[in-house]
Write a protein that binds this ligand. Sequence first.
Ligand SMILES: Cc1cc2nc3c(=O)[nH]c(=O)nc-3n(C[C@H](O)[C@H](O)[C@H](O)COP(=O)(O)O)c2cc1C
Length: 336
Amino acid sequence: MLYSLLRPLLFRLNPETAHRVTLKAIGNAHRFKLLQGHPIDCKHRNIMGLDFPNPVGLAAGLDKNGEYVNALAAFGFGFIEIGTVTPRPQPGNQKPRLFRIPQANAMINRLGFNNYGADKLVENVKHMNYQGILGINIGKNFDTPVEKAAEDYLMCLRKVYYYASYIVVNISSPNTPNLRQLQNIEELDPLLGTLKLEQNKLADECGKYTPLVVKIAPDLETTQIISIATLLMKHKIDGVIATNSTFSRIGVEHLPHSSETGGLSGAPLTKHATTVIHQLHGVLQGAVPIIGVGGIMCATDAKEKMDAGASLVQVYTGLIYRGPKLVREAVQAISK
Ligand SMILES: Cc1cc2nc3c(=O)[nH]c(=O)nc-3n(C[C@H](O)[C@H](O)[C@H](O)COP(=O)(O)O)c2cc1C
């Protein structure tokens, strides 16, 4: 209700300012106890050995540095993912770099992993009193050559391992040059081998097993999806997130901003992301749980992701267009 009143005002601001202002307002409202969360009634689910109070989470990229987790938790998410974080801080791409396409309930972003770096994120996580499930999404710095990407992922993995409920290896952002190349089997096979080895080492050292999850793009051929799924099983990866934003402009070609470079998210991605989930599920058959994301704008979209084979779902752009009520609606539709 409140969000429907605020949205027209927020949409008058440029998208990145609106993002910053909204997060600050949510943070302050929480600090002054004006934002009281009401738990959403739902049966818990055990996925990847973690106890999820409900299956609807916040997708990566909204709170890149983990500054607003306590406040965002009040919206009733079953889990929250922060990041993408890189080993070193970086400013991201030049502004403007975030665009709304309201006629299509969509956004295009080319933020380029703007973040304060893994040390600052860990510092923020240490100071939060969030008791829920926290995913930490890791990436590589823009100036690390893709041949050395494994070193960046290892560095982040070591820094965040102890503090995360699960860790996401993001190889699918469209805004870091050549990053998506890591989805090629010849590069993904050794990368997953290296990260899995380190995960097992860290599990021994920390006395805690933190599940490792891989996030993939929607812009993959069916054969590539099948090969990736096979690799995930080979390396005993704990989960897969499908999908990131898309290079495609189908459905928005005629609209303002559609020619901006970056990843398209929101309603034009819904069906395509669901198809990727369905294809993954066809190979994985439950062996590796799928977290479904991409264009969940209403309860039905969330339900369709679950029906296609997802065990959990995440939202981002839907939250911008529909507000926090989307979380409860999605949880209730899935629980039915
Ligand atoms: C502004 C913006 C920033 C994003 N940043 C990240 C990011 O840092 N890491 C990541 O893995 N995904 C990022 N994403 C992708 C989302 O997590 C999600 O996978 C994608 O937007 C599809 O879901 P949606 O249609 O619900 O937004 C970002 C998306 C948006 C719109």
